[in-house]
Write a protein that binds this ligand. Structure first.
Ligand code: PBG
Length: 330
């Protein structure tokens, strides 16, 4: 009988019973692996989002209860995304620097209510610009890198002053991580965690998110001039290497399911926590199939999120976070 061959080797032996499968399981999914992206509105009521069934924009006064509940479910952090009213948008996105803007008020509301959960904010100008781009544009509509970085630094400092624990630049400008880190250190914010959206692709899976934050109606052109080409993975490794060198505490790959190979490549190469964002279009795909009776949420969502963990993700940003955390506890 040759070694490592049937019948001496029978891989089904390890799959025979639930306890055996548990004993040899390679990956786990815990509530602590989930980060919950939450949309915020300045309005008084929760607002449904047509392209994200089951997800609403939350009014400020709903945030304390929401944060306490997430913490009690074992979710370590919430990522806040403001839906900015059209009259607060401008060409230069200066509302990003307003200490009383919606996201700063949301951060303070949560931080005043509980310390049991981390609060993460997105650094990019798209919630605040009339053209919907993540940065400042020139006369030809191209996003200007260095001028944008200066504003992003101010935006990040503004969020941290409001109490943000984690700042997450999602803009894909070159050099922004170094600039933000330098400014944070200079301002004495030595402990702010910087999660870099390092490998963020120009993806069509962000569509429902742009509806949720009111950017779809504004966006002129697309973001391929700064977000990554979905054809590339070697370039993602360069982005990650730069962001680590510039002072990122963790890095992110986005979108998720179309990029699990990128998650794997980054996790193998770098000793930094890697996060993946299972984005709005991925959530919408699953929920549309569930609503049509084509898929069973109770089975597909755990399988899908476990796939991120198997690929090497330390955690997953997912709109399914509270649902998943509850299911894990049951
Ligand atoms: C903003 C930002 C986007 C997402 C997170 N931060 C949209 C974009 O880059 O256009 C997408 C998240 C999602 O689709 O769930 N820069």
């Amino acid at each position: 009988m040759a070694e490592g061959q049937f019948p001496g080797t029978r891989l089904r032996r390890n799959r025979r019973t639930p306890w055996l499968r548990a004993m040899v399981r390679e990956s786990t999914l815990l509530p602590s692996n989930l980060i919950w992206p939450v949309f915020v509105t300045a309005g008084p009521e929760a607002e449904p989002i047509a392209t994200l069934p089951g997800i609403v924009r939350h009014p400020l006064d709903a945030l304390p209860a929401l944060a306490r509940e997430a913490a009690s479910l074992g979710i370590p952090a919430i990522a806040l995304f403001p839906s900015t009213p059209a009259d607060r948008r401008s060409d230069d996105g200066r509302e990003a620097l307003n200490p009383d803007n919606l996201v700063c008020r949301a951060v303070r509301t949560i931080k005043d209510a509980t310390d049991a959960i981390g609060v993460m904010t997105d650094v990019a100008l798209d919630p605040y610009t009339t053209h919907g781009h993540d940065g400042l544009v020139d006369r030809k509509g191209r996003v200007r890198n260095d001028a944008t970085v200066e504003v992003l630094v101010g935006q990040a400092l503004n969020q941290v002053a409001a109490g943000a624990d984690i700042v997450a630049p999602s803009d894909m400008m070159d050099g922004r991580v170094a600039a933000i880190r330098r400014a944070l250190e200079a301002a004495g914010h030595h402990d702010t965690h910087l999660m870099a959206y390092s490998a963020k692709y120009a993806s069509s899976f962000y569509g429902p998110f742009r509806d949720a934050v009111g950017a779809s109606a504004h966006l002129r052109g697309d973001k391929s001039g700064y977000q990554m080409d979905p054809a590339n993975v070697r370039e993602a490794l360069r982005e990650v290497a730069l962001d680590i060198a510039e002072g990122a505490d963790s890095v992110m790959v986005k979108p998720g399911l179309p990029c699990l190979d990128v998650v794997r490549a980054v996790a193998e190469r770098f000793d930094v926590p890697v996060f993946a964002y299972c984005v709005s279009g991925e959530y919408a795909m699953v929920e549309a199939a569930v609503a049509a009776g084509m898929l069973d949420r109770g089975r597909v969502v755990p399988e899908l999120l476990l796939g991120f963990r198997r690929a090497g993700a330390a955690g997953i940003l997912t709109y399914h976070a509270p649902w998943m955390a509850r299911a894990l506890r049951a």
